[in-house]
Design a protein around this ligand. Structure first.
Ligand SMILES: *[C@@H]1O[C@H](CO)[C@@H](O)[C@H](O)[C@H]1NC(C)=O
Length: 478
């Protein structure tokens, strides 16, 4: 008994926070004494799915206080009193209205951060009988997915535009519209990217298509908190109206020299019609154990092409998406396939996978859980890898033509039209070496064409091959 009392007292002493959290702010102890009870009540209300009553004066005082002090919990310096900061974040996270997915993910971030401040030792207020703060994070993720489901239910899939009406026939300005390669680079990266930008430009010249290099990084600069990866999608939205279609690509890729005569827009269905239909969005297909990669994406300037981009860009305001824009892209694919399935009269998509786009209580992303959900759902909605049935999205089969080969364990030995050095710390010099040209020569398309044509003269382009069957250990998903 005595020892238990001693230990409890010691723990209290360690948790004491007599100093004000900031100049003029209450001390940590004052916050804990005044609001731990209210935070506990807020957690219980969240479990019971009832609102924290604003009429409750204690709760409303603590909500107001937490609003004033929220900035301190995100400061550069660590919070002076972790438990008090957890209370502030909990009050803010649990009292906000969840009117949109974006808003919901903001509250999720607050709760993850609150839980992070508490570490292993959840104090009594944070773990009332019904369930603690940690489990509440998981519940909130599911709630955010439900908010998304409601948003999706309000959407209508735009009608598919008959191919004959697309482009071409409506007068001069329409007739001159073309496909453009779009690549985005933030100014600080241009020197690094330059040789690969040069190659993309020459590739566009060879195929008689336009070339757009976006360097205006306004959309990914403060006050926005967005990864630079988002830049190409914002640019695509800006330019889509002025072209027949865009081929959105990355600078960490190149078309394999002996395959330069293969037109990637053609492979993805830019000029298709007839039996192949004409997809509004097209990308390489990925099956287990690989996850989707959005490094090469074709988007048609059609109502459905715009619709896809809008659904994707909406997610730039969600917090903490898995793999930055990639998770948002994958989820948009499911949403569109779901709307298409529903339009066929089949069961649609209930945003089940969305919860795994966001971090768990520890702040970690669960990539494998998302991938499992994505594979299962995409198969249900559109069929298996290599045999998807969607008239909106084309998934190009890499066994025939691989237009986005993510270079993995077996390096460059796998046949493909395009090599993508995604993820991993990149060795840009090595990339250029494998392409086979010196940096200074890449700016001259005549030299580039000489290089690729001489390579093609001795080496046949093998455009596709067997897909990855196993990831590089210890990864189960790649
Ligand atoms: C590729 O296209 C160029 C230009 O159209 C042509 O000169 C060259 O012979 C072609 N190469 C191959 C391997 O088909």
């Amino acid at each position: 008994m005595f020892w238990a009392w001693m230990l409890a007292t010691l723990a209290r002493c360690q948790a004491a926070c007599p100093a004000p959290l900031a100049e003029g702010a209450p001390s940590g102890d004052e916050i804990i004494n005044a609001c731990a009870q209210a935070a506990s009540h807020a957690i219980q209300s969240a479990w019971a799915d009832v609102p924290v009553l604003p009429a409750d004066t204690l709760a409303s005082r603590c909500v107001a206080m937490s609003e004033d002090l929220l900035g301190l919990t995100f400061g550069e310096s660590a919070c002076l009193c972790p438990e008090a900061c957890a209370i502030i974040l909990t009050m803010q996270g649990l009292t906000a209205e969840l009117e949109s997915t974006a808003r919901c993910t903001q509250t999720l971030l607050l709760l993850v951060r609150a839980y992070g401040f508490l570490g292993e030792s959840e104090p009594a207020w944070a773990s009332p009988a019904d369930g603690g703060l940690g489990e509440l994070v998981y519940a909130r993720r599911e709630q955010c997915a439900k908010v998304r489901r409601v948003e999706i239910e309000r959407l209508r899939l735009p009608r598919s535009q008959p191919f004959a009406k697309r482009g071409g026939l409506k007068g001069c300005s329409q007739a001159s519209r073309s496909v453009a390669v779009l690549v985005a680079a933030t100014p600080n990266q241009i020197h690094t990217y330059q040789p690969f930008l040069n190659l993309w430009r020459c590739y566009a010249v060879r195929h008689g298509i336009s070339f757009i290099l976006e360097t205006d990084d306004t959309e990914v600069s403060p006050p926005h908190h967005r990864a630079p990866n988002w830049l190409r999608w914002f640019s695509a939205k800006k330019f889509l109206n002025y072209y027949e279609a865009l081929l959105v690509v990355d600078p960490d890729q190149f078309v394999v020299p002996e395959c330069w005569n293969v037109s990637i827009p053609a492979v993805l269905g830019a000029w298709a019609g007839g039996i192949f239909g004409a997809p509004d969005v097209a990308t390489r297909d990925f099956g287990k154990p690989q996850t989707l990669n959005n490094g090469v994406v074709f988007i048609r300037s059609s109502p459905r092409g715009h619709f896809f981009l809008d659904l994707l860009l909406e997610k730039a305001s969600w917090m903490q998406n898995i793999e930055k824009d990639q998770g948002a892209f994958d989820e948009t694919v499911l949403e569109v396939l779901g709307l298409e399935a529903a339009a066929r009269g089949e069961a649609g998509y209930d945003s089940e996978c969305a919860q795994y786009i966001w971090p768990n209580a520890k702040g970690n992303h669960e990539i494998a859980l998302y991938a499992l959900c994505w594979w299962r759902t995409s198969e249900r909605l559109a069929g298996q890898f290599g045999a998807r049935r969607s008239s909106f999205l084309r998934f190009a089969d890499p066994r025939l033509v691989d237009v986005n080969h993510v270079v993995g364990a077996r390096g460059l030995s796998e046949p493909a039209v395009l090599h993508h050095f995604a993820g991993r710390s990149k060795d840009w010099d090595f990339m250029l070496e494998t392409f086979g040209m010196a940096r200074r020569n890449t700016g001259n398309c005549q030299r580039v064409f000489e290089h690729v044509d001489s390579r093609a003269a001795v080496q046949r382009c093998i455009p596709g091959g067997p897909p990855v069957m196993e990831c590089e250990p210890p990864m189960l998903v790649c």
